[in-house]
Design a protein around this ligand. Structure first.
Ligand SMILES: *Cc1c(COP(=O)(O)O)cnc(C)c1O
Length: 492
């Protein structure tokens, strides 16, 4: 399996190289040259999550070798996760795929538990002896999941930039209390798009990358621009479908829809990949919050990121420049790399591009949910079914309601449930009509009482940890911060 660049089909690399490099040199993203077919589902039906993960990863990363791949899977999906790695909860014909039972309580753990192992094995496979600096821009959840995944990894340093004031208090605390010698966390006075643009600029700055290399480092990424993030996310859609089959909620071959709350379009793209591999998925319902740039794109064919960014109660989706859309437009335009290149140039220069003339994918449905819809969705589901969702998942649930009332379609829908409600206790309590205590930890306790479950240890332990990372900078200073950290060793 080769991985080609979305902006130049002649540029291709091996799986190992794609993972270590993160992004193609001319700025394109690596995509598989073709979609491998899944085995007949009957043969996959009784596999554990780990066995299924191995099956799917092996289709893409054969060059890693069986042993390395097996070790990566075993190390990733171990007792960090509950017995059932991805529990499911059905309400009528909607099924929540709970992707948040990893260490940092968000779905980013699903891929970031395994990426460090894939990266280490890839670097070894390539005979790479330099240390890898993994750069991460985060809208809230990727940061901690990367810090957790890479913490203590030999030969890898991880640096995270988050928007100061743009993440929830729980998300901030999770990041700044991170221990581990190889971790660095810095807030920026800007939003997520500034952080993401800053990271991309650093990758594209030859004088910096050369200096880094002279010091014996190479740069890589743990954002979903890295194909090593995306492929492991295919697994849970296949797993979810198989569970529905096993529980006889659907019949063999029956098509279902998937709804994903989206920001950078990575998670929903993984569902698209699963579909291209032969999983019987019909429609993909793309759910956005007030930052409805993708909703507008799918209805009008024009991508317009030139608008104000709203800070919402689903901060991990407060994004205007959606990186993985690039992969989607590449695949859905019959791999027209030139058109992708032109679109991305236009996006960089004018923050918009016109995609109207390209074929529309009729299986994509896109909706948005504003703050009121999110609250209503959380409240109603709790009052009617006793089930508590986080605000990101509520965006998706609201989209499903809109889809059902618009189409009258009652088919089975798998909803990606992306975060634990405990990460956003204040908003959840408020939506339900509960009094919201000032103190975030008190809010967490109140929520635990309401849900009649204990406070997750990952939240509990934050109370005792010291805030170790205090650096803040302007977006233009990100490179400077890294210079100080890795090239001149003057900050800690
Ligand atoms: C990252 C994140 C999303 C958005 O996922 P994308 O892959 O960026 O579309 C949604 N919900 C939560 C909780 C997240 O952390």
């Amino acid at each position: 399996m080769k991985f080609v660049s979305t902006r130049d089909k002649k540029t291709w690399v091996s799986g190992q190289q794609a993972i270590v490099q993160g992004i193609s040199e001319e700025g394109g993203l690596f995509v598989p040259e073709c979609f491998p077919r899944l085995k007949p589902l009957g043969e996959l039906l009784n596999l554990s999550y780990q066995e299924l993960a191995y099956e799917i990863l092996a289709l893409y990363f054969e060059d890693l070798g069986e042993t390395s791949l097996q070790m990566a899977v075993d190390a990733a999906y171990d007792e960090k996760f509950p017995n059932e790695v991805v529990p499911m909860h059905s309400i009528g014909n909607s099924t929540f795929l709970e992707l948040f039972h990893g260490r940092t309580l968000a779905f980013k753990d699903m891929a970031l538990s395994i990426l460090p192992h894939l990266m280490k094995a890839s670097a070894e496979g390539l005979g790479e002896e330099r240390e890898i600096i993994v750069l991460v821009a985060t809208s809230g959840d990727t940061g901690k999941a990367a810090l957790e995944g890479f913490s203590g990894a030999k030969g890898i340093e991880v640096s995270v930039f988050y928007p100061d004031g743009g993440v929830s208090e729980m998300q901030r605390l999770q990041m700044v209390t991170t221990q581990g010698e190889n971790t660095y966390v810095c807030g920026i006075r800007g939003n997520f798009d500034d952080a993401q643009t800053g990271v991309k600029k650093i990758f594209a700055d030859p004088s910096f990358t050369q200096e880094v290399m002279q010091k014996g480092y190479i740069l890589s990424s743990a954002n979903s621009i890295n194909i090593g993030r995306l492929i492991p996310q295919i697994v849970y859609y296949v797993y979810g479908y198989l569970q529905l089959l096993k529980e006889e909620k659907i019949k063999g071959g029956e098509k279902i829809h998937v709804c994903v709350p989206t920001g950078n379009f990575g998670n929903v793209l993984a569902a698209y990949y699963a579909k291209e591999m032969g999983l019987p998925l019909d429609r993909l319902i793309v759910a956005s919050n007030d930052n409805r740039v993708l909703t507008d794109f799918f209805s009008e064919g024009i991508y317009d990121g030139d608008r104000p960014l709203y800070l919402t109660s689903s901060p991990s989706m407060d994004i205007l420049i959606s990186s993985n859309l690039e992969r989607f437009i590449y695949h859905s335009s019959n791999e027209d790399a030139q058109a992708v290149m032109d679109a991305m140039d236009s996006l960089k220069q004018n923050r918009r591009f016109d995609w109207q003339s390209q074929i529309k994918d009729p299986s994509i449905y896109a909706y948005m949910a504003d703050e009121e819809a999110v609250s209503k969705s959380i409240r109603e589901l709790y009052l009617e079914h006793g089930y508590v969702m986080d605000p990101h998942t509520a965006v998706a649930n609201s989209a499903v309601q809109q889809y059902r009332s618009e189409t009258g379609d009652s088919a089975q829908i798998l909803i990606a449930s992306t975060a634990s409600p405990f990460k956003f206790a204040g908003k959840v309590l408020k939506s339900i009509g509960h009094e919201v205590p000032q103190d975030e930890f008190k809010a967490v306790e109140d929520l635990a009482q309401l849900m009649e479950i204990p406070v997750p240890t990952a939240v509990q332990e934050l109370l005792e940890l010291e805030e170790r990372h205090r650096d803040l900078c302007q977006p233009e200073e990100m490179e400077e911060m890294l210079c100080k950290k890795y090239l001149r060793g003057t900050n800690d």
